[in-house]
Ligand binder design. Structure first.
Ligand SMILES: Cc1ncc(COP(=O)(O)O)c(C=O)c1O
Length: 393
């Protein structure tokens, strides 16, 4: 029997951060400096982020999940309050609504772009709706104008989950630059990384002050201000908070990553165009649709949908077959409303959000990061073709 020859000899990871000598030197500098936690590098990172956004308040946090948590806390939700969000997201978007004591309500997504559908948002409004948390999925923006209009008309708060949207534009505005509140992620697969980390951009200085406090135990001063020259060690608890501050060690990486954002995003866009080209004649693989409104895509993810009807295996087995060819893939995202906790607590069932569910069974993400090379993409596409051929119905 002939041995199955793999498409690649070595494993192609789904993602890999681009870490240069500047990031390494800056971390070493922090290690030598004697100051590891929140300090001057975090202050610089926040300033640069704020300047880039056109002057928004910027708060560095140790993850986007932490940022979303303190953002949702400032809504002061009461039991029974509702927050509308997307079912196609990482669980933390939804979990943060739940842990703050409110009820997450899901609005279905557009079947082609997977962005939250503003008409579905309107359909789910109720007298208990307090806020909307849309997600800018994969690096494309959701359709913000009609969502903002609903928020204005109904006096609702708007928190943008911008974890994927660093450098994304909606119409003529950079995401975050004119947001009431937006949260970005610097997890290692994101467009820039700090190891783990995130940034909140916010237009209201008072709300920003409260979030900053919630990120550091709810006390009135952070460690840098207490221990640096000119600081005083006393503190006062204003409300119970958390330990969500970014380290200088993390900001050290972030400062040099942020300088390269444009370069990284251009390379991502180039690779995405190449996938479009390479996949054009594979009908079983359908890339996401691109929003029809003006935008600039940050190409955080390259999501495709598998035509499972044409195959004898489902998406999950298809991904295992790709792994056997040494190709890593991602899953962004199975619909959150069908996760066990949300099914059991709220009785969500298949059939409630047809577009999210249809995609949920078919979607997966291909490797996309600046270090990826065109020949790696050719391997990915060869593995797709080979696996489709092997399991064609
Ligand atoms: C849409 C979305 N929101 C929030 C998060 C949470 O980000 P973090 O890992 O920085 O907490 C993620 C992480 O992948 C995400 O994809």
């Amino acid at each position: 029997m002939s041995k199955n020859i793999r498409v690649r000899n070595t494993f192609l990871p789904f993602s890999r951060p681009t870490i240069g000598q500047a990031e390494i030197d800056e971390v070493v500098d922090s290690l030598h400096s004697g100051w590891l936690t929140t300090g001057p590098k975090v202050v610089r990172f926040e300033r640069e982020f704020s300047r880039w956004s056109g002057g928004q308040e910027a708060i560095a946090v140790n993850s986007a999940t932490a940022g979303l948590h303190v953002a949702v806390l400032t809504l002061d939700l009461a039991p029974g309050d509702e927050v509308i969000t997307s079912p196609i997201t990482w669980p933390s978007t939804v979990n943060n609504i739940e842990v703050c004591g409110a009820r997450p309500v899901f609005a279905d997504v557009d079947r082609e772009t997977l962005e939250i559908d503003p008409a579905e948002v309107e359909r789910h409004l109720s007298p208990r709706t307090r806020a909307i948390i849309p997600v800018h999925l994969a690096g494309a923006p959701c359709d913000l104008d009609p969502i903002r209009e609903v928020c204005r008309a109904r006096n609702l708060k708007l928190i943008e989950d911008a974890a994927h949207a660093l450098g994304t534009w909606y119409k003529d505005r950079l995401i975050g630059s004119d947001s009431e509140l937006a949260v970005f992620s610097f997890h290692p697969i994101k467009n820039i990384t700090t190891g783990e980390g995130g940034m909140i951009l916010c237009s209201d200085p008072e709300r920003a002050k409260r979030m900053r406090r919630l990120c550091f135990h709810g006390i009135s001063r952070d460690a840098w201000k207490r221990y640096s020259r000119g600081g005083v060690p006393q503190y006062e608890v204003r409300e119970p908070g958390f330990k969500y501050n970014m380290l200088d060690l993390e900001a050290a990486i972030g400062l040099h990553q942020f300088e390269q954002l444009e370069k990284f995003n251009s390379r991502r866009a180039e690779l995405a165009r190449n996938y479009d080209h390479l996949l054009a004649d594979i009908p079983e693989i359908r890339p996401l649709g691109i929003p029809s409104y003006p935008h600039r895509h940050a190409w955080h993810l390259y999501i495709v949908r598998l035509e499972i009807e044409a195959l004898t295996i489902d998406r999950d087995r298809f991904l295992l077959a790709l792994r056997d060819e040494n190709i890593g893939t991602g899953l962004h995202f199975p619909a959150v409303h069908l996760q066990r906790f949300y099914r059991e607590k709220y009785g969500y069932r298949p059939g409630m959000l047809p577009n999210a569910e249809w995609n949920s069974e078919r979607l997966f993400s291909l490797p996309l990061y600046p270090l990826l090379e065109e020949r790696d993409q050719e391997d990915v596409v060869e593995a797709l073709r080979k696996t489709i051929k092997r399991y064609r119905r």
